[in-house]
Design a protein around this ligand. Structure first.
Ligand code: HEC
Length: 207
């Protein structure tokens, strides 16, 4: 009995000593790895707008390469990108031709981004509302009909109150498509199931 205990104890201490040495070696290797040459730890970089003798003009900030265009809708002089006219007022018409294709595109985007709150038919009965998100106004009621197209463009772009901004997900041309779809639902007094007639398209286009 005593000899078995002795054996077990001895075996355990043998293993734990070996494991201890192993762990120590790994730690030492890791520590040396972190301290190695220092090239990765200290990397050359310029602080914003700092001086730099490498460039002839002495500045670290470089000018844009000729022909660089902004990735986002940054032009401020085009109503189709701002929703505003040259006086800074919201435009009250759609700045793009109103076609059934545009409205279908709008319906597709609306179903992706807006339905969760505003509901398929715009009556604010989306799933998020059922889960307790603050209820938005009904998009088919008169107060929503009276909002200028440019203002809706702004609401989609920048959000409003509890509504989040969608500008980074719904690009400018799609925002107009969504607005055309909302207007089409308002004209139809409900969810769209078929194309608008040429007269209805004209009505939306000339509004
Ligand atoms: C997460 C929920 C949510 C989503 C998604 C959402 N909205 Fe809203 N929306 C709201 C809420 C809440 C309001 C009320 C905002 C306020 O407090 O003024 C609102 C307000 C609006 C209004 C103003 C309505 C009025 O009568 O004042 C419009 C127009 C609108 N949303 C359009 C959209 C469009 C288009 C989309 C999709 C691109 C969208 N919303 C996506 C929640 C949402």
């Amino acid at each position: 009995m005593t000899s078995i205990t002795y054996f077990l104890l001895n075996r355990r201490s043998f293993f734990s000593r070996r494991m201890g040495f192993g762990l120590l070696t790994i730690c030492l290797i890791l520590l040396t790895g972190c301290q190695a040459s220092g090239d990765m730890r200290v990397q050359p970089y310029n602080r914003p707008l700092s001086a730099n003798s490498f460039f002839a003009d002495g500045r670290s900030a470089r000018p844009f390469v000729a022909g660089t265009v902004p990735q986002t809708d940054q032009r401020v002089d085009d109503p189709a990108l701002t929703g505003k006219n040259e006086d800074g007022d919201y435009i009250t018409n759609l700045p793009v031709p109103v076609t059934n294709e545009l409205i279908q595109r709008g319906q597709e985007r609306f179903d992706i981004y807006c339905v969760v709150c505003h509901g398929v038919d715009g009556h604010a009965n989306g799933k998020a509302i059922a889960f307790g998100f603050p209820k938005p106004p009904d998009l088919l009621q008169d107060s929503a009909k009276a909002i200028a197209d440019g203002k809706i463009f702004d609401i989609i772009t920048n959000g409003q109150g509890n509504m989040l901004p969608y500008g980074y997900r719904v690009k400018a041309p799609d925002r107009w498509a969504v607005i055309a779809y909302i207007r089409a639902m308002q004209l139809n007094n409900g969810h769209l199931t078929q194309d608008l007639t040429p007269d209805q398209l004209k009505q939306l286009g000339n509004k």
